[in-house]
Design a protein around this ligand. Structure first.
Ligand code: ADP
Ligand code: MG
Length: 215
């Protein structure tokens, strides 16, 4: 395609990217939440949006099936960002990656004792690096969602997950016991597309950079 394809995931990232696209003069003319279409047209005939799973955004961009996309730091940290140009932290979809445990589990003393911890997460790579850096021995259990359940039913001593308000943790009698990193979503760009489609991409980068609220 000679125009631009932009990869987004439904939910926070889509909702919070829309105003940035609008500031660049790109209006998505169909509602991702109600439409079953996976390719959404925009007010610009040379630009379209594709809807993919959050963790698939870097894959589409890396292979050039999308020229650019928006992906959380959590996803980029987990998968690595080789081959991707990351020009702008968009400061959207902000949350924190944390270690959380049941309120009545004495995480701190388990760590002090040097206990081997069972940790459930979908972020295996990030969790492995975090606990290795702290010298904590862990058995990691891969999950694909609803990590909060794992400590409640004895699957794990702790989880590694994203939190924003903390409401889900509180509702499930969990507490954050360690911070791993602040998370926000970044613009990612295919490196070849950046060179070959510079005339289309550069104005977008300029507009996005301008629209990002400084922190
Ligand atoms: P999926 O359900 O496909 O695994 P989510 O919709 O839960 O993905 O999350 C998509 C992206 O949104 C994540 O990669 C992360 O960057 C961001 N995100 C996830 N949870 C939160 C949160 N609680 N607050 C803000 N951003 C979040
Ligand atoms: Mg989700």
């Amino acid at each position: 395609m000679s125009g631009l394809t932009i990869a987004l995931s439904k939910g926070r990232i889509f909702d919070e990217t829309l105003p940035l696209l609008e500031a660049a003069g790109i209006i998505v003319t169909e509602d991702a939440e109600t439409s079953r279409k996976l390719i959404l047209p925009t007010s610009r005939s040379d630009m379209r949006v594709i809807i993919v799973r959050a963790s698939d955004v870097p894959t589409y961009v890396r292979y050039g099936a999308a020229d650019l996309g928006v992906a959380g730091r959590d996803v980029l940290a987990e998968q690595g960002a080789a081959g991707l140009y990351q020009p702008i932290d968009l400061q959207i979809a902000r949350c924190r990656m944390v270690v959380a445990a049941a309120q009545d589990y004495d995480y701190e003393s388990a760590v002090r004792r040097g206990a081997r911890l069972r940790v459930a997460t979908k972020y295996l790579q990030t969790a492995r690096e975090h606990f290795a850096a702290k010298g904590v021995h862990v058995d990691l259990i891969k999950l694909y969602g609803s990590m909060e359940l794992a400590p409640l039913v004895g699957l794990a001593d702790a989880i590694v997950d994203l939190v924003s308000s903390g409401n889900t943790l509180r509702a499930n009698n969990l507490r954050a016991v360690e911070d791993i990193m602040p998370v926000s979503a970044r613009l990612i760009v295919n490196q070849a597309a950046l060179k070959l489609k510079r005339a289309l991409i550069q104005p977008l980068l300029d507009s996005f950079a301008h629209a990002v609220t400084p922190v």
